[in-house]
Design a protein around this ligand. Structure first.
Ligand SMILES: *Cc1c(COP(=O)(O)O)cnc(C)c1O
Length: 379
């Protein structure tokens, strides 16, 4: 898709805009699933981007969807009524657990012994059976991880043992296996090393728990490099390495989010003003981190390109110097990219931020300062 052509052609009144290449996304997801053929089941982590057109495109190719709240669960049920759904996430309320029973999720990922007790009650109250995976939190260094899921996620091996007597006394619950999601931002060797660690713990534990044909959900967290948008996670190498770990009597599952949808969304805006302050050059853009919070949360320079826009008299520009791209918010934290050397940038130029298809609009604080919302285009 010609994103730059579309961005240039957008009426100024439509800016800022989120633009999604839905057919490119489908092709990307098809490539992932093909690279893993015969290997793990792929569930898409909806929290990365749960926009309906995105979910429908991804949902056509993956085995299921992983949701992390009652809100996501209800939304996914509406958009993809027949999708297989796994429900995870810490701090599930009783209301959410009953919703899971009522809406018929395929797997619940249980985060604590107390949650498991409440899930048993919810299943009784709704008169439904539920299949569960218990989420394990293995301690240890997550070298190279962008985000280590240390802390309150899942249960450490000592705590997880408390689940077995609860399950034994809960006729409506069935233990199907183990869930693990230990870190995000891992390349193939780091992720495979982590999977080995999970499997080495999970297999004997599941055998001891008497789970026949167990399922092991290995989580998501496939690396995405914002500094090198062309360096993609090596799905074929991952598929090959993972198949060497697999055993015929068990089901492996993964639940990637960011690496699935990040590359097919763009945040498009334009330059409102340019000035220098204390020897630094700033370009003030329409919009900002209340629409695209990703660079603020990840503390990076968000990748972008500038396209020439209409020139107006007296409109300032900069050339051959580093420029900091900021938004319209009255806070020094509203920075999208810092000190980026640019040949030329002019007021009115279009700025197209790439890699805005995941954890972008949906993680941003939209209401701050009451600026207008972006427009949305699914191509
Ligand atoms: C967020 C999350 C994922 C997806 O992680 P990505 O880094 O987006 O691939 C998968 N599983 C769980 C439990 C999560 O919390």
């Amino acid at each position: 898709m010609d994103v730059d052509g579309f961005a240039t052609g957008l009426d100024r009144a439509a800016l800022p805009a989120y633009v999604y290449d839905v057919s490119g996304l489908e092709e990307h997801v098809r490539g992932i699933v093909t690279a893993l053929a015969g290997g793990p089941e792929v569930f898409y982590a909806a929290k990365a981007n749960a926009d309906a057109p995105v979910l429908r495109a991804v949902g056509r190719h993956v085995a299921g969807i992983e949701v992390a709240s009652g809100g996501e669960l209800a939304h996914v049920r509406r958009v993809l009524p027949h999708a297989r759904v796994a429900f995870g996430g810490p701090g599930k309320t009783d209301h959410e657990l009953r919703l899971a029973a009522r809406l018929g999720v395929e797997r619940v990922h249980v985060e604590s012994p107390y949650e498991l007790r409440r899930l048993a009650d919810a299943a009784e109250a709704e008169d439904r059976d539920l299949d569960v995976l218990v989420r394990v939190n293995l301690a240890g260094e997550r070298a190279g991880a962008a985000l280590a899921m240390t802390g309150p996620f899942g249960m450490d091996p000592a705590l997880i043992g408390e689940c077995l007597p609860i399950l034994a006394a809960a006729p409506r619950l069935r233990l199907c296996g183990v869930h693990a999601h230990l870190a995000s931002g891992l390349d193939v060797p780091a992720l495979i090393a982590q999977h080995r660690e999970v499997l080495a713990w999970a297999r004997p534990w599941l055998a001891q728990a008497g789970v026949a044909r167990p399922e092991i959900n290995l989580g998501g967290g496939m690396a995405v490099d914002y500094a090198a948008p062309e360096d993609r996670f090596d799905w074929p190498a991952y598929g090959k390495a993972l198949s060497s770990l697999a055993r015929p009597d068990e089901t492996l599952r993964i639940e990637p989010g960011r690496a699935v949808t990040v590359y097919h969304g763009w945040y498009v805006t334009d330059v409102l003003d340019i000035k220098t302050a204390h020897d630094a050059a700033y370009a003030v853009l329409r919009g900002g981190t209340h629409h695209l919070r990703t660079p603020a949360t990840k503390n990076h320079d968000h990748p972008f390109r500038a396209l020439p826009g209409p020139r107006t008299p007296h409109a300032p520009y900069v050339h051959d110097r580093p420029v900091t791209l900021v938004g319209q918010l009255c806070t020094p934290k509203d920075v999208l990219a810092r000190d980026i050397p640019l040949e030329r940038l002019h007021v009115g130029d279009r700025v197209v931020f790439a890699m805005a298809g995941a954890y972008a609009w949906n993680i941003s604080h939209h209401g701050f300062l009451m600026h207008p919302a972006p427009t949305f285009h699914y191509l």
